[in-house]
Design a protein around this ligand. Structure first.
Ligand code: HEM
Length: 415
């Protein structure tokens, strides 16, 4: 009898703590969220009153599902932010308890002194690394591959059905100067540096997956370090060329009414014939602005990677986006503005690669049109002049202007 009673007391005693873990949202007033999917609003600090600010079951389930968790209660009460230790228990240092100290380290709030004076040296713990690694080898690599191979496939299909766009009439043999030597230099500096950066960038993103199984670890190590050196140094040529083409061509790329008409006719795909165009048509202006905008953001994030921890872009940018309130318009929660230096680098790397992959896909279309896609186009950048007939068909308003203002640019030079 005594044994049975002892067993009953023991089992009730052991199940007690298990019940204590369970927090009934209806009782505590916690936000009603679907823990399995992570859907619903992020519960607020007040919901954790019953756990003294520690993680709740709902937090743990949300974290397991990759849903956002409001850990501000733990983040803010580390014992390092006030004279009174958060838990009220003194630790070995006499300031805060051990758990307070570990929490302060965990949230980068501890007053750390290090021998190394590097900007990230005092951040001893940050937990963004795994998220970065998974994003890099998961969605970034997958969608990067999809957009690159997808755009190449689209171009192949277009070429098979449409073929090369030929001139409507035979060439006249009279040549019109289209780009000066300095313009061609700027373009080819941009193009060659972009291609080298693209190849070396792809090597660092996909090299481990593609290269190692074929050539082994040692060869890849040599290729990867050479590739990184080339990538880092050629980036300067790209940035210089970007500034050059911006300065030289921005005036010719300001959108105007001709562009609307050009776009309405799909650049000549509807309505027959060639829509009127100035020096650059609307399609080329889109390419120009894509190169400038993507090129700029790729360059900035690249500089932030080139000089680690010196140029932190994301916390500031997220703060501006949060202040404007853009995300709340579409029901999204604000972006994090409290980023560890390593998280800044991780975001810079993902952003840099994603923007570069999108620009590469756009440039595939440009290279297609400048080479196999359109008869006579390559000459413009290859030798600097085009046939008068080509100029008349593709850029009639520009040709008219050249005839009136700079007739010396038209010569009888035969091919
Ligand atoms: C093998 C590669 C490339 C070829 C054959 C090529 C060819 C050309 C040609 C023929 C033009 C002049 C078009 C015209 O006369 O209207 C041009 C213009 C231009 N190229 Fe390239 N290009 C290449 C790579 C690149 C790259 C990698 C970039 C930028 C990252 C670039 C950016 C531009 C820009 C901004 C223009 C002026 C706007 C336009 O015509 O679209 N090009 N290119």
């Amino acid at each position: 009898m005594l044994k049975a009673f002892a067993a009953l007391v023991l089992s009730v005693g052991l199940t007690g703590p298990a019940f204590a873990q369970y927090v009934d949202p209806a009782v505590t007033g916690a936000a009603q969220t679907d823990s399995a999917t992570g859907a619903g609003s992020v519960p607020t600090m007040g919901d954790r009153a019953t756990t003294g600010g520690a993680a709740t079951l709902d937090d743990i389930l949300r974290r397991q599902n990759g849903a956002p968790v409001d850990d501000s209660a733990r983040r803010e009460s580390t014992g390092f932010d006030s004279d009174i230790p958060a838990s009220g228990v003194l630790g070995p240092s006499g300031v805060a308890s051990d758990s307070d100290q570990w929490r302060a380290l965990r949230y980068d709030r501890a007053d750390v002194t290090s021998v190394n004076n590097g900007p990230a040296a005092t951040t001893l713990i940050q937990d963004g690394g795994m998220t970065w690694l998974e994003a890099r080898r998961g969605p970034l690599a997958f969608w990067g591959g999809v957009i690159l191979l997808g755009s190449l496939a689209l171009l192949a299909v277009f070429y098979i059905f449409r073929g090369k766009m030929r001139m409507d009439h035979p060439p006249t043999g009279r040549r019109v100067e289209r780009f000066k030597a300095i313009e061609r230099f700027g373009h080819w500096l941009l193009a060659t540096s972009f291609i080298v950066l693209g190849v070396t960038g792809l090597l660092s993103l996909f090299g481990r997956k593609v290269f190692i199984p074929i050539f082994g670890h040692e060869s890849f190590a040599a290729v990867a370090s050479a590739s990184k050196w080339v990538h880092d140094n050629i980036s300067w040529a790209f940035m210089i060329a970007l500034v050059m083409i911006f300065v030289m061509w921005v005036m010719n790329n300001i959108p105007d009414r001709t562009d609307l008409k050009w776009l309405a006719r799909g650049g000549g795909m509807f309505g027959g014939g060639h829509p009127p165009a100035k020096k650059f048509n609307a399609g080329q202006k889109l390419i120009f602005w894509a190169v400038i905008v993507f090129g700029l953001t790729i360059s900035l994030s690249g500089l932030s990677l080139l000089f680690p921890f010196q140029l932190n872009l994301f916390a500031k940018t997220f703060g501006i986006i949060n202040d404007i309130g853009v995300l709340s318009w579409v029901g999204l929660s604000p972006l994090p503005t409290d980023l560890a230096p390593q998280e800044e680098m991780a975001l810079a790397q993902i952003w840099h690669a994603a923007m570069a992959l999108i620009l590469t896909a756009i440039i595939f279309f440009h290279i297609y049109l400048g080479t196999v896609g359109m008869e006579g186009a390559f000459d413009a950048m290859g030798r600097g002049d085009v046939d008068e007939e080509w100029a008349h068909e593709h850029h009639n308003l520009w040709l008219e202007q050249v005839r009136q203002t700079q007739p010396e640019k038209i010569s009888e030079r035969r091919i």
